[in-house]
Design a protein around this ligand. Structure first.
Ligand code: SAH
Length: 338
């Protein structure tokens, strides 16, 4: 097993199971995530026999960086995992700090038509340690601390629920990487049963929904998942989520030229969302090899934005990062594989 994949509670259980005191889990967390040592050897306040047992039971292997592209405000990382599979993460520099976009699966099965990640079907889920590893490796390379994490890289996080929750608990732990729950965002295409499960969870993370269309007809066309979990059901689920968690939800909406970016779509979207504690994040499409989709022009984006504002819907336009270094979801990986 990989030591970076255990929550503090799981590590406590481990220590109890080998006849040791629980608090050793806290000590190990401090070594791994605060002092950032990379060998068990260095856990100097843990006695030798216990260290040897840990060495027998755990590895501290991290994903390897095989490509790093650096721009002014963005860095893209291509990682290789122990079974030679590849995933990506993106570091973004904002005026309020650094954020990292992590992958949650190798490939993705959701099949969104505009998305590069889905071109390559899901090979497997990522283990929690492989998600924690993306952050640790990036922080060690840039020698800076990351202040927020978005789970918006390759994969559908709610299709890998247990590992993603474990990952969130590890990075959120006060003895761990200490990323505040309010600085963690999980983005999903809308797996209803898992959104319900998430609303029962005791961690106040941000939830973002990839909406991208204001009606079933259009949404099913570009996002096949909508056939299984149609809009009305999704909206009901989100309303319950908001009621239960008291948290505002983000609605992501990629603007695709001539597909979903007209004034009538904005009006329909406003009607769909009216009265809900949500805000719309308009995303300029990052053009990929899917030649059938193009980015809406600036005037269209502005008009869509103004229309939502006029309808009293809270709205922002996402700042664009990294189109110069192919930072759109899954692009680097699929480029390498081709
Ligand atoms: N599967 C999850 C998380 C990964 S995708 C989800 O669907 O939310 C993260 C976000 O990037 C989603 O909103 C997705 O629709 C969007 N996205 C995918 N390809 C994109 C592209 N080429 N340009 C802009 N956004 C894109």
């Amino acid at each position: 097993m990989n030591l970076y994949g255990l929550t503090k509670e799981e590590l406590e259980q481990y220590f109890v199971s080998i006849g040791e005191k629980k608090f050793k889990a806290t000590q190990v967390f401090e070594w791994l995530y605060q002092k950032r040592v990379t060998t068990i050897e260095e856990f100097s306040n843990i006695k030798k026999e216990v260290r040897e047992q840990l060495q027998k039971d755990f590895s501290l292997e991290l994903p390897k960086v095989i490509k790093r592209e650096i721009d002014i405000d963005v860095e893209k990382y291509l990682f290789e995992l122990s079974d030679n599979e590849r995933i990506e993460a993106v570091l973004m520099r904002h005026n309020y700090g650094l954020s990292v976009c992590v992958s949650s699966q190798v490939g993705c099965n959701m099949g969104c038509k505009f998305c590069e990640s889905g071109r390559l079907k899901k090979v497997r889920n990522l283990e929690a340690h492989e998600m924690v590893g993306q952050i640790l490796v990036i922080e060690s390379l840039i020698k800076e601390r990351i202040s927020s994490v978005v789970i918006m890289g390759i994969g559908e996080p709610l299709d890998n629920y247990e590992n993603v929750i474990r990952f969130i608990k590890i990075i959120n732990d006060a003895k761990g990487i200490q990323i505040g729950a309010r600085h963690i965002t999980l983005s999903t295409c809308g797996l209803i049963p898992k959104i319900k499960e998430l609303s029962e969870l005791d961690i106040q993370i941000n939830l973002a929904i990839s909406l991208h269309a204001p009606n079933d007809h259009l949404r099913s066309e570009i996002m096949p998942i909508n056939k299984a979990y149609p809009l009305q059901e999704l909206m009901e689920t989100i309303k319950e989520y908001i009621k239960k968690t008291n948290r505002r939800v983000t609605m992501e909406y990629i603007l695709l030229k001539g597909v979903n970016d007209q004034k009538k779509h904005a009006k329909e979207l406003a009607n769909l969302l009216r009265g809900m504690n949500v805000y719309v994040n308009l995303i300029p499409y990052n053009e990929t090899n899917h030649i059938e989709f193009q980015k809406s022009d600036k005037e269209t984006i502005d008009a869509f934005y103004r229309e939502l504002q006029k309808e009293k819907i809270q709205v922002t336009v996402r700042r664009e990062f990294g189109s110069s270094i192919s930072a759109a979801c899954g692009q680097l990986r699929s480029k390498e594989i081709k």
